[in-house]
Design a protein around this ligand. Structure first.
Ligand code: MG
Ligand code: MG
Length: 256
């Protein structure tokens, strides 16, 4: 959406609610918990606040059915859109929580990858690199720049890391609906694509694999997995671009 002055407080409030909830769900990640339990917690926290889980019942274009859960939970070689259920998390797993919340009509979308107990050095480095890419993408999102500048910054952050950004997936407009224009590829050329204008609400979301970039959709119709079985990480924030500043709406209290 292109936010008006009158939308700003509502967007900020939606983001504040979101940040606390995603922190609480991330804090519940530990060996022995099931992905279904994490999903139930996220739905409870959202509904207790009087808000709506944006993803539950949402049917993306081309999907065989509506998404059945509140939180997309993707483990290890699962890249995005994993469906929570009876899977028990174990020490060393890498878990991505991707949540959508609608407050007063304002849609927030943000994801974090968290370790289950102690994880490998490779997993730690992949998380760090992907989070750094998100921060680079946020810095590139300013009025007068182009969407391609965000894509380029996202991709460039992985240079020399040995990790592969998943170019097939990317960010998008958000704020008024789960998925809005423009699509923001996770790789691209500076100075290309639509101009970034004040009021834009965007979800930026670098996704990277420890191995090769290739992914495929599992038989459930939703879960993307890495073709080579390598682990994957995903960090996402919803931002609001203003004339003089870019506000990270979904910043979590744990991020400081
Ligand atoms: Mg998301
Ligand atoms: Mg998104």
């Amino acid at each position: 959406m292109i936010a008006q002055q009158s939308d700003i407080e509502g967007l900020k409030e939606a983001g504040r609610r979101f940040g606390s909830i995603l922190d609480a769900v991330a804090a519940a990640v530990r060996p022995g918990v099931t992905t279904g339990e994490l999903d139930a917690l996220s739905e409870k926290l959202i509904r207790d606040g009087g808000d709506i889980p944006s993803f539950k019942g949402y049917r993306p274009e081309g999907a065989p059915r509506a998404y059945p859960a509140t939180c997309c939970i993707s483990v290890n070689d699962e890249v995005v859109h994993g469906i929570p259920g009876s899977r028990v998390l174990k020490e060393g797993d890498l878990v991505t929580l991707d949540l959508g919340l609608t407050h007063d009509g304002y849609v927030m979308d943000s994801a974090v990858t968290v370790p289950v107990g102690k994880v490998s050095k490779e997993a730690e480095a992949l998380m760090r690199a992907t989070q750094a890419s998100l921060e680079s993408a946020i810095l590139a999102a300013r009025p007068g720049a182009r969407i391609g500048d965000i894509s380029h910054a996202t991709e460039l952050a992985f240079k020399g890391t040995g990790f592969s950004v998943v170019k097939l997936l990317g960010g998008h407009g958000v704020g008024g609906a789960v998925h809005e224009e423009p699509f923001i590829a996770n790789a691209g050329h500076p100075g290309t694509g639509p101009e970034i204008v004040p009021g834009m609400v965007l979800a930026l979301e670098p996704i990277a694999n420890a191995g090769k970039a290739s992914v495929f959709i599992a038989p459930d119709g939703f879960t993307y997995r890495t073709k080579d079985g390598s682990i994957s990480a995903h960090f996402e924030h919803t931002i609001l671009v203003l004339d003089n500043e870019t506000i990270v709406l979904t910043r979590r209290p744990s991020e400081g």
